[in-house]
Ligand binder design. Sequence first.
Ligand SMILES: [Zn+2]
Length: 405
Amino acid sequence: MTKALLLLSLCLSLNIYGQTEEEINRLADKIHSEIITIDTHTDTPLRIQRGNFDLGSRNNPYNSNSKLDLPRMIEGGLDAVYFALYVGQGKRDNAGNEKAIQVIARLHYLVDSVLIAHSDKVSLAKSCSDFQTIKKEGKLAIALGIENGYGIGNDISLLKKYYDLGVRYLTLCHTKNNDICDSSTDPEGAEHNGLSEFGTRVVKEMNKLGILIDLSHASDKTVEDVLAISKVPVFASHSCARFFNNNPRNLSDDLIKKIAEKGGVIQVCFFSGYLRELPTNTTRDSLLRNLRQRYSNFQNLSDSLSRLAEKEWYEIEKKYPGNLATVSDIVDHIDHIVKIAGIDYVGIGTDFDGGGGVTGAFDVSEMKNITKELIRRGYVIEEIEKIWGGNYLRVLGEAEKKSKF
Ligand SMILES: [Zn+2]
């Protein structure tokens, strides 16, 4: 090897701070053993509901359609994960509301059963201090959120019941408008011009109870309205920056700054289609469109039909895999939020088991790759600690302090 080539190969194996890949790996392991790492959004309860799955065993993400289990959390150095109790938007009448409440109850029952079955390895985290205590005990933590305020129907008193079960955040809406607010992606457009009158009461009650308001999926005007009335910092449990991909589901620079000014946090999502604009895949897209049509847009399906639809979905996925974003894309979004808002206002919410997963962080076992990329880009341990959970815990702590009961 010539001198020039030797120098070049040496430079390639060092980052700009002179660390070799081996040093970066060691540092990432050390950081994960010392800090609390939290993922604020996964749809793993849906994976549990589909059956033929054990959270306590190691599953292969490529043949089980599972992105998270306890052995892989340990491999990836993830201490805590929020399980979203998710309900898709259905009819907004008494029967629809009742059904939505039942969906949440069923998912909660399943998660509770898993917690009992694996109580030697995992505990439910409710308060801020629980995350630290559970890590000290050598266990993993599962925490609870509800994705879609439809899950309370029109009964505000359910918020207290959910709080008592351990639910600590509520995503106000999903892909369609509900009785609480407008969604960012409802094909019909705005209905309430942001937050409804009922939604205003929901936000106030959540402040009172200490349930965090999750603005992922909400329309821009909903975000503005919530920021104007919430007495507690708010957050986005799984959202990306619109700067890189002009998708209404992503947050504009202006809203990122406003959430930060209020002391909140934006948890960057690992959903490839939000992280970047991806080239279209015509065959895949038309097959998925056809599937959606055949299964009523996946709304109000029986359990067996839902499983069938999912099976077909994954068959298409296998045959025509979608284009994926990368770890570098995720850290670009983190970098951007740090640049425009500051290091105190960004975190991580993967959306694993709900569509999240990129090349290099395809499942939870690869989470340390995010840390390694942060190290390569010059982030120090104190900053990485904030991104991996410190910022989120500050917001949860504020909600606890300001709750009134
Ligand atoms: Zn979501």
